[in-house]
Design a protein. Structure first.
Length: 315
């Protein structure tokens, strides 16, 4: 993992503008947070294909549906919390139900809009989006993945939710070597004692935890599940069978997110001990981002603690 960091939102905005230059059918919409989501970079380059609808998230998604029905490839942008809270009806009824080719970009996911508090924190968006038929759910972990996932989303046919952090994130992947594919998890670090299954910003924390565990002689495999729906069943079951224990790590409520998706799969195909790292079904406070992550159990140390706990269950 590199010491170099870049803001996920910056890479997303730059990539969206590049895609606009490459494909004239791509359009972008924003609910008056373009300078935050960085969709404004697309707007500056292509003002005739950029629609700031104001603070009207439901209308924005409805407009995106109409543009998709007319053959365009719309990227609808707002904070992740508002995408599921204020635009839930058209997301369900106009996008998922009809299977329209709309990309829903949820910015400032998890606790990354840290100082704005519970009203802006997105801790239930994965649960909502993955419960919708036809909806694909992708959660970005580092700047390289932000670019590749955005490009993959543009090429993908159908409804897709792209979960994006506000935070600066360390570079994990090599741009020249990383073969990003929707629906396919990635083994980032090998190990045979247990598997740390992470998504989004928590992938970096899981890698830190693996280093902590290595100092105690524990070999942790770290797997990036950037696509939460459809989940990579084959990779997950291989990890369960080969390591015999799983810890999931996500910047989301422990109910309904990645951990739930993994537990559902394991219960059906290969039950093994599992521990969950995530927000323990509570509303969160405002404050410094890293301090909030630590307070709500989303630090590398918390992941390492859960790893040791699951190993005791495994034995």
């Amino acid at each position: 993992m590199s010491a170099i960091k870049r803001a996920i939102r910056d890479v997303y905005g730059e990539t969206l503008a590049q895609l606009g230059d490459e494909n004239p059918d791509i359009v972008a919409l924003d609910a008056d947070v373009g300078s935050s989501s960085k969709s404004i970079l697309f707007g500056k380059a292509f003002p005739g294909r950029y629609f700031n609808v104001g603070i009207a998230e439901a209308n924005m998604v409805a407009m995106a549906a109409g543009l998709a029905a007319a053959g365009k490839i719309p990227f609808a942008n707002t904070f992740a919390a508002f995408m599921v809270l204020r635009a839930a009806d058209p997301v369900r009824s106009l996008i998922a139900y009809t299977g329209l080719n709309v990309k829903l970009a949820g910015a400032y996911a998890g606790l990354s809009d840290s100082y704005d508090g519970a009203s802006h924190h997105a801790i239930a968006d994965i649960a909502f989006m993955r419960a919708l038929p036809n909806m694909t759910v992708v959660s970005v972990s580092d700047p390289v993945e932000a670019e590749l996932a955005t490009r993959a989303a543009a090429a993908f046919r159908g409804p897709l939710y792209l979960r994006l952090s506000r935070a600066e994130a360390p570079v994990i992947f090599d741009r020249a070597r990383y073969a990003f594919e929707i629906g396919k998890g990635v083994v980032v670090h090998e190990g045979g004692d247990l598997t740390l299954v992470a998504t989004g910003y928590m992938l970096a924390k899981a890698l830190e935890a693996a280093d902590m565990l290595a100092k105690k002689g524990i070999r942790a495999r770290v797997v990036n599940f950037h696509t939460i729906k459809p989940i990579d069943v084959d990779l997950l079951l291989a990890c369960a069978r080969e390591t015999g224990a799983i810890v999931t790590a996500e910047e989301h409520n422990v109910r309904g997110g990645l951990g739930s998706a993994v537990a559902e799969t394991l219960a059906k195909h290969c039950p093994v001990p599992q521990e969950f790292v995530g927000i323990e079904d509570t509303f969160t406070e405002s404050g410094d981002y890293e301090k909030l992550l630590a307070k709500y159990g989303l630090s590398a140390a918390h992941i390492a603690d859960k790893a040791e706990k699951v190993l005791r269950r495994k034995r």
